[in-house]
Design a protein around this ligand. Structure first.
Ligand code: CDP
Length: 218
């Protein structure tokens, strides 16, 4: 029986940087579920499909062939690592990820991947929905200003936005993600809350490892 670690939290809380490093340290696989929603969003933008039109979103969903190899995301065979971090994708991803069919497809994929390895999944609904019986759940958060500042200094993000614009986007996404109808962002009752506002990445990882040991996950 494989072990799974769920890490949820709002935009820019450091989930993906932390998950990546933690996975390496404890020799688990890692799946960035946000990147999957970003990949779908990129597909619709690229093909000029109206992101507000749920019917066309659903009609075109089967044209999306998303594959992941060694953590690299491919859309219909093309590496889209950089494209999915653009401002345009970031602006539209919360809307795309609020659609039922998109979520059902991606959640199926996530559960299938999680079945096959010891794995960390990060996202918004992992502990509350995708892996309700995960071996351990974390809810990682930080003050919005701290998160915006981290995002501003993140080299992986291809953004031309100012600090104020990033902060605005983060607050808008947090609101949208926590208020959508289907599996909104919420802290699962049994998730361990970590506020990283005053913690370094290494401190968060050390804290998580202590919890993993205490709960016999590693
Ligand atoms: O890295 P960042 O915090 O900007 O967000 P992300 O993890 O890349 O996720 C992008 C968006 O995808 C989120 O704002 C959510 O709208 C959506 N998402 C979701 O709905 N469910 C997930 N499990 C992961 C992401």
């Amino acid at each position: 029986m494989y072990k799974s670690i769920a890490i949820d939290g709002p935009a820019g809380a450091g989930k993906s940087s932390i998950s990546k490093l933690l996975a390496k340290k404890i020799n688990f696989h890692y799946l960035d579920t946000g990147a999957m929603y970003r990949a779908c969003t990129y597909f619709y933008l690229l093909n000029n499909i109206d992101v507000n039109d749920e019917k066309s979103i659903n009609e075109n969903i089967d044209k999306i062939n998303l594959t992941i190899e060694n953590g690299v995301f491919y859309l219909n065979g093309k590496d889209i690592t950089k494209e999915i971090r653009s401002d345009e994708v970031t602006k539209n991803v919360s809307l795309i990820s609020s659609y039922k069919k998109i979520r059902e497809n991606l959640v199926d994929m996530q559960r299938n991947i999680a079945k096959q390895n010891n794995i960390i999944l990060d996202g918004r609904d992992i502990g509350s929905h995708v892996l309700k019986d995960a071996s351990i759940k974390f809810y990682l958060t930080a003050d919005a200003e701290v998160r915006a500042n981290r995002r501003l200094n993140d080299d992986a993000v291809s953004s031309n936005l100012t600090f104020e614009e990033i902060l605005e986007d983060i607050k808008r996404r947090d609101y949208f993600d926590s208020h959508r109808e289907i599996t909104p962002l919420v802290k699962a009752d049994d998730a361990i809350l970590i506020d990283s506002s005053n913690l370094s990445i290494d401190q968060v990882i050390d804290l998580m490892i202590k919890h993993l040991e205490k709960n016999n996950v590693i």
